[in-house]
Design a protein around this ligand. Structure first.
Ligand SMILES: [Zn+2]
Length: 287
C-alpha cells in the first residue's frame, strides 16, 4: 500500500512539474524551466518575502462562457444560459483588463458561437494559462436557487452528479464525441467516477480560488450560496491548471432568472468574481 501511495505521489508531482502551474520568475536562463506542482503551494506566501529565487506571477487567465451557438444551454422563461454566461464572462474580463493590466485575459468565445468542450480546455493549455474560469447557469425545480462553485473531483451525491451530467451532455451535440472523449458516456455514472480524478494535481489551488468566489458572491454580492462542490466536468477534464466552474444561479427560478438577466446585476456578480480573482492572485504572489 505504501509503495502505491509513493508511486501515486510521484505521478502527481510529475503531472504538476510538467504543467506550468507554478511558473517561476527566472533569475537565470537555466531557471526558466523550473516549475513546482500544486503540492508546493502551501509554501507560497512565506517564500514571497524570503530571499527566494522564484516568485510566482499569475499572468494569464482563460475565461470560458458556457455553451453558445447551436448549444443554448438551459433556459428560463426568456433568458438563455449561453447568453447570460457570455454577459457575465465579458463583464468579468472587462474588470480584470481594466484593473489588472499585467494579466492577459483570453476568452474561449466572445460571441454566440459553438465551441467543443475539449477545445475550451485546449485553448487554456495552448496559452499556458494560470487559471481557467468557466461560467454557467443552473436548471432545476422552480424553487431551487443559489450559486455553486465547482472543481473537478468525485461527486458525493446524486444531485452533484446530475449537475455534471447535464453540463456534460453538451458533447452529444459534438461530432465523434466518443473518440474525442475516450469513450466517455455523459449518461453513465461509471464514466463520471472514472475520470473524476483528473485535475488532482491542481486541486489545492482550484479549491482555494473556488472558496474565494463562493465567499465573495455570498458576502459582497449577497447571493444565496449552495457551496463549493466537486464533480466530473468534461470542460475541466484536460485543463492543466487550476480550474473552476461557476453555476451563477438557476434560470428555472423566476426571481433568479430576473436577477441574472439584468445588466447591472451581471456586473455585480462579475465584480464579486473579480475580487475573488484579485485576492487569489495576491495570495499566490505573496501579497
Ligand atoms: Zn451550462
Amino acid at each position: 500500500m505504501r509503495i502505491i501511495v509513493i508511486l501515486a505521489s510521484a505521478a502527481l508531482l510529475l503531472l504538476g512539474a510538467g504543467s506550468g502551474e507554478w511558473k517561476a520568475e527566472a533569475q537565470t536562463p537555466a531557471d526558466s524551466a523550473r516549475v513546482a506542482p500544486d503540492s508546493a503551494l502551501s509554501a507560497a506566501p512565506e517564500n514571497a518575502n524570503a530571499p527566494y529565487r522564484y516568485r510566482y506571477r499569475l499572468r494569464t487567465v482563460v475565461l470560458d462562457a458556457g455553451h453558445g451557438g447551436k448549444d443554448r444551454g438551459c433556459a428560463g422563461a426568456s433568458a438563455r444560459e449561453a447568453d447570460v454566461a457570455l454577459s457575465l464572462i465579458l463583464a468579468l474580463g472587462k474588470q480584470i483588463e481594466e484593473n489588472l493590466p499585467d494579466v492577459k485575459v483570453i476568452y474561449t468565445r466572445k460571441t454566440n458561437v459553438f465551441v467543443e468542450l475539449d477545445e475550451r480546455a485546449a485553448i487554456a493549455n495552448r496559452n499556458h494559462a494560470d487559471l481557467f474560469i468557466s461560467i454557467h447557469c443552473n436548471a432545476g425545480p422552480s424553487q431551487s436557487h443559489g450559486t455553486e462553485v465547482w472543481t473537478m473531483g468525485l461527486h458525493k451525491t446524486d444531485a452533484n452528479l446530475g449537475v455534471a451530467q447535464r453540463e456534460n451532455s453538451v458533447i452529444l451535440q459534438e461530432k465523434d464525441y466518443k473518440t474525442r472523449y475516450d469513450g466517455f458516456d455523459p449518461r453513465s455514472p461509471q464514466s463520471h467516477i472514472l475520470f473524476s480524478l483528473f485535475q488532482s494535481a491542481y486541486i489545492t489551488n482550484s479549491l482555494r480560488f473556488a472558496q474565494r468566489v463562493d465567499r465573495q458572491l455570498r458576502t459582497s454580492v449577497s447571493r444565496p450560496s449552495r457551496g463549493v462542490k466537486q464533480a466530473g466536468f468534461l470542460v475541466l477534464w484536460k485543463s492543466t491548471m487550476p480550474s473552476v466552474l461557476i453555476e451563477s444561479g438557476f434560470l428555472t427560478n423566476p426571481a433568479e432568472e430576473r436577477y441574472l438577466n439584468d445588466k447591472a446585476n451581471q456586473s455585480y456578480m462579475a465584480a464579486g468574481i473579480y475580487r475573488a480573482f484579485r485576492e487569489y492572485k495576491r495570495e499566490l504572489e505573496g501579497g
